[in-house]
Design a protein around this ligand. Structure first.
Ligand SMILES: Nc1ncnc2c1ncn2[C@@H]1O[C@H](COP(=O)(O)OP(=O)(O)OP(=O)(O)O)[C@@H](O)[C@H]1O
Ligand SMILES: N[C@@H](CCO)C(=O)O
Length: 313
């Protein structure tokens, strides 16, 4: 359920009147999604998604919306925010930061996407990285190395000896090769299967840019690959993975240092979600909107990448 803030018809009709999008017709809550309140909104002119940000503050929301507009203007298929008559993408609604984006066609894909879908995501991620190169704003990764050390300090006392050793070893291995030295740019940072809409094998667009930041570009491909290409047993489906990487590299070839770092980046990406899921599981926040996903999925993936490093030829 993802309607945390209820908005009444009259309130929304007044909100819509600040935009040049035709008069309010109807709205209904969207059940998918975890962090924000989302509604489908119909006006006399078109259909939109209205998001009320539950966990992101007024100061932070504009970065994401301006990035989404910037990427969409450069042809990256994805959610495109709508500006109000004053030119702003964000407006307060029910005391929360809120935004309208154009509704994309398509629907979410299954947890085991097709090879063609993986290829489309690889190519589009590379396109996003190229399009974002000159985006003028910088945002540090909230889930970067400093966060990882702090998160590890919290969870380590609660892990068994073997998991604690794995976590310590992996953090040390990653710290010895800082990703900050690799080519940097805007990354999506959470391009999981639930953040892309497809019509069959045709990609309609990317959504949920709310972890986007500046970080190593190749790391973003590693995050994406881990989710799109993982099998239920925690190993990687090589056919899907090859398709995604080949499609990415055809648009944006890796530099030599990215190729060398690749096996380590796959581990870094697995570590990041193992850690965030561990924190959510071990320190559930009463009343907080956290849906707990299985940390073990990512521990298994980390172990698989350590046992079978993928060296790019
Ligand atoms: N631009 C869009 N066009 C069509 N549908 C959208 C769009 N944006 C969001 N949706 C729909 O709304 C659902 C929830 O969106 P989203 O995943 O961004 O939720 P969230 O709560 O903001 O994020 P998260 O799930 O990461 O916490 C999506 O699964 C999708 O069905
Ligand atoms: N994609 C994340 C949750 C939302 O960021 C995960 O699966 O752990």
């Amino acid at each position: 359920m993802s309607v945390y803030t209820t908005v009444e018809r009259t309130e929304l009709a007044a909100f819509v009147a600040d935009y040049d999008i035709g008069a309010y017709v109807s709205h209904r809550g969207i059940s998918e999604g975890i962090s924000n309140t989302n509604y489908f909104l119909v006006t006399e002119r078109d259909e939109y998604v209205l998001t009320l940000f539950e966990l992101i503050g007024f100061d932070d929301v504009p970065y994401y919306l301006e990035l989404m507009a910037y990427l969409a203007a450069r042809g990256v298929p994805g959610a495109h925010p709508v500006a109000d008559r004053a030119g702003s993408f964000m407006k307060p609604l029910a005391g929360k930061p809120a935004a309208l984006v154009y509704k994309l066609e398509g629907r979410g894909v299954s947890s085991q996407p097709s090879v063609a879908q993986c290829r489309a995501i690889g190519a589009t991620l590379a396109q996003l990285h190229l399009a974002g190169r000159d985006f003028p704003q910088f945002r540090a990764n909230d889930r970067g190395p400093a966060w990882a050390s702090a998160a590890a300090a919290r969870v380590l006392p609660k892990l068994d000896a073997s998991d604690a050793a794995l976590l310590r070893e992996e953090l040390d291995a990653q710290a010895a090769h800082p990703r900050a030295l690799l080519p940097q740019g805007v990354i999506h940072a959470d391009l999981f299967v639930d953040n892309a809409l497809f019509d069959g094998d045709r990609l309609c667009g990317l959504i949920d840019f709310y972890y986007a930041c500046t970080d190593a570009l190749a790391y973003d491909l590693a995050i994406t690959l881990n989710d799109w290409c993982k099998l239920a047993d925690g190993t990687i489906d090589h056919e899907r993975a090859e398709a995604m990487v080949t499609a990415y590299l055809a648009v944006r070839p890796f530099a030599a240092d990215e190729r060398e770092a690749w096996p380590r980046l796959l581990r870094a990406a697995a570590l990041r979600f193992w850690l965030s899921r561990l924190v959510d599981k071990l320190f559930p926040m009463p009343g907080e909107l956290t849906y707990i996903k299985d940390p073990d999925e990512y521990r298994r993936l980390l172990l698989a990448h350590r046992a079978d490093p993928w060296q790019l030829g």
